[in-house]
Design a protein around this ligand. Structure first.
Ligand SMILES: [Fe+2]
Length: 361
């Protein structure tokens, strides 16, 4: 009922009730994550969440701004207010905050009142890339956004999105689902083709400095057509982004990006997008709709998962040969210090992952 009188106001952004452990939260808070498509942020404030921290995105006088979604006066959500002249206005007492977070107007004390410098709402770094609004919860991020060479100079209008959805699983579970070739003929027979009895061969896994890559061959039979062997390349940029390429031998590679932004311990907002080739024709529209069907098939399976926290200790689950990529990915997550593991300051560049059976890892 009462906040304890001797508690320290705001020593950490991490909410007390967060399901993300303090150690994992500290590691992840140093990464950039997308919290909105640029086109989602219009004249009104946009409500977002990252690592259990409620955020508001708004159009400031000089560009997009990301602030904590709570007025420092009486903790009402700023996202319930409005934006006027590049400032966000609290819906409760109409305090105004500029894009740096400074309070600039308090109607109740009159227009000439001197407003203290510490009357501020916390704001966070912002970058706009790949048609997305990115932020980081530490003031001086020491990491870069994931680099997707094919899209690095793109403008928001150069990117076409598959429907952005909230998934009821952790970011790491979503990422693993995306690169899990073993489930394709079982779950996606109706969309990608294949049948549950089909064997699936493991691909080759390699490590790079900030990523781990799987190259595998999968035989697609989409919509009952002729079998089509495809080379799938998944470059997983740590911790939760994937640059995925499908080569089917026709010279028309499909390239799809997937980013699972961690809203909380067991939920993520998934942004999937492709480069807009300027001819979003019927084929493209069918492809985008088909990919959304694939997502819905996955959500149907994952929503019933019985272990929401992903184990980073291999003994907590059994593993198949095709899980060599999951094994390598979890090794890299541990290397970041997630799951309570010690941080590994190791040079991963261009090392090959183990490919032997995983029974005793
Ligand atoms: Fe799937």
């Amino acid at each position: 009922m009462f906040l304890q009188h001797d508690s320290t106001p705001g020593p950490s952004l991490r909410p007390d009730g967060s399901g993300i452990s303090p150690g994992d939260w500290d590691v992840l808070s140093r990464f950039w994550f997308p919290i909105a498509e640029v086109v989602e942020v219009g004249a009104a404030p946009f409500k977002a969440r990252l690592l259990d921290v409620d955020l508001v995105v708004f159009r400031g006088a000089n560009g997009l701004a990301v602030a904590r979604d709570r007025c420092p006066h009486r903790h009402v959500r700023l996202s319930g207010g409005q934006v006027e002249d590049g400032q966000i206005i609290c819906p409760y007492h109409a305090l105004a905050f500029d894009e740096t977070g400074q309070c600039t107007r308090i109607p109740a004390v009159g227009p000439d009142a001197r407003i203290p410098r510490n009357y501020r709402v916390e704001t966070f770094p912002v970058q706009v890339r790949y048609g997305l609004v990115w932020t980081c919860l530490v003031p001086d991020p020491d990491r870069d956004l994931p680099v997707f060479p094919d899209l690095v100079d793109s403008r928001p209008e150069d990117v076409v999105f598959i429907k952005t959805r909230d998934w009821p699983v952790s970011s790491a579970r979503q990422v693993e689902n995306f690169f899990d070739i073993g489930h394709l003929p079982v779950v996606h027979g109706a969309t990608l083709g294949g049948k549950p009895s089909d064997p699936v061969a493991a691909g080759k896994v390699t490590h790079q400095k900030d990523s781990v890559t799987l190259v595998a061959v999968y035989v697609e039979t989409p919509f009952g057509g002729a079998p089509r062997p495809c080379e799938y390349t998944y470059r997983i940029v740590l911790p939760f982004a994937i640059d995925f390429t499908v080569r089917d031998g026709t010279g028309h590679d499909m390239r799809l990006y997937d980013i699972a932004s961690p809203t909380s311990a067991h939920a993520c907002r998934v942004f999937q997008f492709m480069k807009d080739t300027r001819h979003v024709d019927e084929h493209h529209r069918a492809l985008i709709e088909g990919l959304d069907h694939v997502n819905l098939e996955d959500i149907g399976i994952l929503a019933g998962m019985t272990q929401d926290d992903i184990p980073l200790n291999a003994r907590h689950e059994i593993h198949l040969q095709v899980d060599n990529i999951a094994h390598a990915y979890r090794e890299r997550l541990r290397g970041l210090g997630l799951g309570g593991a010690p941080v590994q300051d190791r040079d991963w560049a261009l090392t090959e992952a183990r490919t032997e059976p995983l029974e005793n890892v």
